[in-house]
Design a protein around this ligand. Structure first.
Ligand code: MN
Length: 245
């Protein structure tokens, strides 16, 4: 199995090194990752300037690593071109969760989505990273277990996986879509000039069975996703209410 590993935190992230090390137990691994952090860039692609890549001086235990002057989606595009279509793209391990509505902004998940657009399997992996750095040694067996589970299922082609700080088990979950407080918080910089933070805070507790609930309760959250955004129920209703003849 050919495994392309990327992320949105940049090639020097410890989460990327941890993931590449674990992935190498399942097949041949190459790393193609952004040269600088691209978190919250979503599914952006670089279309107005050329892309280039350089071999990274960082040695990942014999794994070839390349850094790209672009986004996570660019890395997947360039990676599959340079490596004649890998079987799977792993993105992460992101330093920060990608749960609920955060999926819309996630560069980590965008790389997995881009893999699916190219006809490959795409798996995004994330873990909280607050004041204390994630303990990737502790997460290692849980990451390996999740990958083993997802690699053997040919129908799960797009999956979002989140690891709590100290996992106690694994749960299949759905995306939490409860109301979020997306707002602009104004403030003043040290020079007295106005500035703004775009903040995104869940307003309600997570429902049982969702990705947020799982991670809050110490479980590894595995959410199967799809790229088809069609609202099937509303499509049927619209066709009945406004038939086009
Ligand atoms: Mn990130």
């Amino acid at each position: 199995m050919k495994i392309l590993v990327t992320n949105d935190d940049g090639i020097y992230s410890p989460g990327l090194a941890a993931l590449a090390k674990i992935a190498s137990r399942f097949g041949e691994v190459k790393i193609v990752a952004p040269d600088v952090e691209q978190s919250s860039m979503g599914h952006a692609i670089t279309a107005s300037r050329p892309l280039s890549y350089k071999k990274s001086p960082i040695v990942f235990e014999g794994i070839d690593a390349y850094k790209v002057n672009g986004t996570p989606a660019d890395c997947v595009a360039l990676g599959q071109h340079l490596w004649d279509k890998p079987d799977v793209v792993l993105s992460g391990i992101n330093m920060g969760p990608n749960l609920g509505n955060a999926m819309w902004h996630s560069g980590t998940l965008a790389a997995a989505k881009q893999a699916v657009l190219f006809g490959m399997k795409g798996i995004a992996l994330s873990t909280p990273a607050g004041d204390i750095e994630p303990d990737f040694e502790l997460l290692d067996p849980f990451v390996e277990k999740a990958l083993a589970l997802l690699f053997k299922n040919p129908h799960l082609n797009l999956v979002n996986v989140n690891f709590p700080t100290k996992p106690t088990g694994v749960r299949w979950t759905r995306q939490s879509v409860r109301l979020y407080d997306n707002r602009i918080e104004p403030g003043l910089d040290p020079m007295g000039r106005k500035h703004y933070w775009f903040i995104n805070i869940p307003l309600e507790p997570a429902e049982e069975g969702t990705d947020r609930w799982a991670v809050e309760n110490g479980f590894v959250s595995i959410t199967p996703l799809r790229l088809d955004l069609t609202n099937e129920a509303e499509l049927v209703k619209a066709q009945l209410a406004y038939p086009i003849v």
